[in-house]
Design a binder for this molecule. Structure first.
Ligand SMILES: [Zn+2]
Length: 492
């Protein structure tokens, strides 16, 4: 469905001609597939006529109040209230999903009405053309973006990231483009500097003219970086992940809610660098050594993506379709490691959920399950401090609870034995709360993914399949599962 065209209306407080307002707005609303919606202030004059027009035609309108009383009470000059209101209106326009239009009704913009002049000026600076309507006619004020300041900020940021040792690469830039060439140039929509009309990732993919091999060409070399931003001064800044930082990408309210629930469940309060994106957040973490854009299973953590080795994240002050990326906590904030439970979700699916071998139903107490339980617990119990015991506990729990869910092991026995092993290695004594949280989440995920006994193992001597944790791999990979080949899923 086509989103509505969003029209921001501003104008003189003494604009009298209601018919002119109606005429212009009728024209702007004519033959627009998704209809129109309005953003307007609460002032008399042009604002009031616009609100009346919207009411008469049942057009959705969002009215922005200038808080005159509040401003005066705050001891600030009353005239500051207008500009204070205009900014949120423009922010809302920036966030509009479809076509956008800015219309100003004014006869003497250069000399009167500071408020209208200011909002027209700021709209043009943000890249919008403005249709200026006067009693005599209509003229188009072209956008006047402050390209130099933006270019400076982007280049400085790119060089700054490179200086920190984070490889950077130039990305495309989202742009406002006229949509009705020849008829009304003031109507704009979001497009991409790549020039592809159908680009579905505006400003999010590498500038292939500068970096034909994409993120593989990201560099910390200041001369190359400076050269790229000389050639494409408004290029968005991509940071190659998997080197100094990994990035957890929380997409939209769903991603934020999913991570919040997950963090709560695991007693984790994310404290590392944090950036605001177009729809959500980027949380920066220590590299976990995982592959590109590791698919976190949506059942486990919906709308959350991990950017690791071979991937990249878009960094402030890059532009997105709704404004700019910005730091909430910058890169001087210490990076933290992802909690073990989160890292466990990142490993390749094939390893996390061993091949779906044909399995047959069995009773708890099956020798395969008992052997797996004994091996896991023995290994965990023998681990010294600081050797990744908590993560090992999670891995073991995930596997054993899967077997319990498949009827191969008894759930209560798994719990008992794992706690015993955690006690023997000292984990329970030093990190009691974390241990119980880890175990609980392993149980939740494991019980949701039942596994049976592989067919071949039901008759022969039970040999638990290899665990793919760093701890066991260091001791020599034992087992049939090598790192599975994975397609390159790298995306911005
Ligand atoms: Zn593009």
């Amino acid at each position: 469905m086509t989103p509505p065209r969003t029209i921001l209306v501003t104008g003189a407080r003494d604009w009298r001609d209601a018919r002119r307002v109606a005429e212009v707005l009728d024209q702007a609303a004519a033959q627009v597939e998704g209809g129109v919606r309005l953003l307007v202030g609460d002032a008399p004059g042009a604002d009031a006529h616009t609100r009346a027009w919207a009411e008469a035609r049942a057009v959705p309108v969002e009215v922005f109040e200038a808080r005159w009383a509040q401003m005066a009470a705050g001891g600030r000059p009353r005239r500051a209230a207008g500009p204070q209101r205009n900014r949120p209106m423009l922010d809302r326009l920036d966030q509009a999903p479809g076509e956008r239009l800015v219309v100003a009704f004014h006869d003497d913009l250069d000399h009167r009405s500071k408020g209208t002049r200011q909002s027209v000026g700021e709209a043009r600076q943000r890249g919008y053309p403005v249709a200026l309507v006067t009693s005599a006619g209509r003229q188009l004020l072209p956008p006047r973006p402050d390209r130099q300041a933006r270019a400076r900020a982007l280049r400085t940021a790119a060089l700054g990231y490179a200086t920190r040792g984070i490889p950077v690469l130039p990305l495309h830039t989202p742009q406002l483009c006229p949509v009705l060439a020849g008829r009304d140039q003031a109507v704009v929509a979001m497009a991409c500097s790549c020039g592809d009309q159908g680009c579905d990732r505006p400003g999010k993919h590498p500038r292939s003219l500068l970096v034909p091999h994409g993120v593989a060409q990201a560099t910390t070399d200041p001369e190359r970086v400076a050269g790229w931003w000389r050639r494409a001064p408004l290029a968005n800044v991509g940071l190659a992940t998997g080197h100094l930082v990994d990035v957890l990408d929380l997409d939209g309210p769903e991603g934020v809610a999913a991570l919040r629930a997950f963090a709560g469940e695991h007693g984790w309060t994310p404290s590392g660098p944090l950036a605001r994106t177009g729809r959500g957040w980027h949380l920066y973490l220590q590299p976990a050594g995982t592959g590109p854009r590791n698919p976190i299973h949506p059942e486990l953590l919906a709308h959350v993506d991990w950017r690791g080795r071979g991937a990249y994240a878009i960094a402030p002050p890059s532009r997105h379709a709704r404004g700019a990326y910005s730091w909430v906590r910058g890169l001087d904030t210490p990076l933290e490691a992802a909690p073990p439970a989160l890292q466990a979700l990142l490993r390749p699916r094939q390893a996390e959920r061993p091949k779906r071998l044909p399995s047959r139903p069995v009773q708890p107490g099956h020798p395969y399950g008992q052997a797996a339980l004994a091996a896991e617990c023995r290994e965990l119990a023998a681990m010294p401090p600081d050797s990744g015991r908590n993560r090992r506990l999670f891995d073991a729990g995930l596997r054993l609870y899967s077997l319990a869910a498949g009827g191969v092991l008894d759930e209560a026995q798994v719990e008992r034995e794992l706690l015993k092993a955690a006690e023997r290695c000292g984990l329970l004594a030093t990190e009691a709360k974390a241990t119980r949280l880890t175990l609980a989440s392993a149980r939740r995920i494991g019980m949701a993914h039942p596994r049976g006994v592989p067919e071949r193992s039901t008759r022969t001597t039970p040999t638990p399949p290899a665990q793919r944790t760093p701890a066991t791999r260091e001791r020599g990979s034992r087992g049939p599962e090598q790192q599975p080949a994975r397609p390159d899923l790298e995306r911005g």
